[in-house]
Design a protein around this ligand. Structure first.
Ligand SMILES: [Zn+2]
Length: 267
């Protein structure tokens, strides 16, 4: 199993792409979020992934840095279904609000002959807090992260070699998320900026955490490995080095600060 980061930035980045990623392995890839637009297609291409293989897409929430790239995936899939050069089916999983938005976006923005495939061969599956599903042969359990900004879902995925991967969405892991994240082999968690630069980037006002916060949380939850994403991009060239320097003393597990297009083996 591997994790490929298509993007690692927060909503307003310009020097990297918004956070979205693919978890790939036997059974097929699961794509999580689409970033903020058409560049998702470029990121997939640069990562050596074929958009046609992204047949299971999970959308965490409606914010446009996560959702609009999925509108492009809908367009590509539906257009090629209509043209007759896309075989089989695909599925999008999201909460009711996101499903409604994707349905309206397709109906309002895409030609009717394309939009008609959404809800048919491109299925829209609504997921709720506590739901579980078998996706690409892996058990995925969805949980509402309890955001006060917009309804947002995280998930826990069983890994074939044992262990679990937990995605906490793009806000600090809440108490309900902790139930899923405790003891996880892999935790994917946002880190808006360094704690030492909290005065510059104001993460708390935006319901985000710092590198140090995420590392302390992961340590308390007994997580095996922590992947930090959804960051600022002012430090991009030295982000890995700076974030690891702040976080590593606080977390005893494997700490990862990937760049866009980086792949991490989920061992
Ligand atoms: Zn976001």
């Amino acid at each position: 199993m591997r994790l490929t980061m298509l993007g690692t930035g927060n909503a307003l980045v310009t020097k990297c792409y918004n956070t979205c990623f693919v978890i790939d392995g036997e059974g097929g890839p699961v794509m999580v979020d689409g970033g903020g637009g058409n560049a998702v297609l470029r990121q997939l291409e640069l990562a050596g992934l074929d958009w046609r293989d992204m047949r299971d897409v999970f959308v965490t929430h409606k914010h446009i840095d996560h959702l609009l790239g999925v509108v492009w995936m809908v367009r590509m899939i539906c257009q090629h279904m209509e043209q007759g050069d896309y075989d089989g089916e695909a599925r999008i999983y999201a909460n009711g609000e996101v499903c409604d938005l994707l349905r309206s976006a397709a109906n309002d923005l895409l030609p009717a002959k394309h939009a008609r495939h959404l809800g048919e061969r491109l299925a829209l599956t609504e997921v709720h807090d506590g739901d579980a599903a078998d996706i690409c042969g892996r058990r995925m359990e969805f949980f509402d992260i309890g955001s006060t900004k917009a309804a947002q879902m995280g998930f826990r995925m069983g890994l074939p070699e044992g262990g679990t991967l937990v995605c906490c969405g793009d806000e600090p892991c809440s108490e309900r998320g902790e139930r899923y994240a405790r003891g996880a082999s892999w935790m994917l968690h946002e880190a808006f900026c360094l704690r030492s630069q909290a005065d510059v980037f104001h993460p708390y006002e935006k319901h985000h955490s710092t590198v140090a916060d995420a590392c302390e949380l992961a340590e308390r939850l007994g997580v095996g490995n922590l992947v930090l994403y959804h960051t600022e991009d002012a430090n991009l060239a030295r982000r890995g080095e700076l974030y690891l320097a702040e976080g590593a003393p606080l977390f005893g597990g494997g700490l990862y600060v990937p760049d866009d297009l980086e792949t991490i083996e989920l061992l």
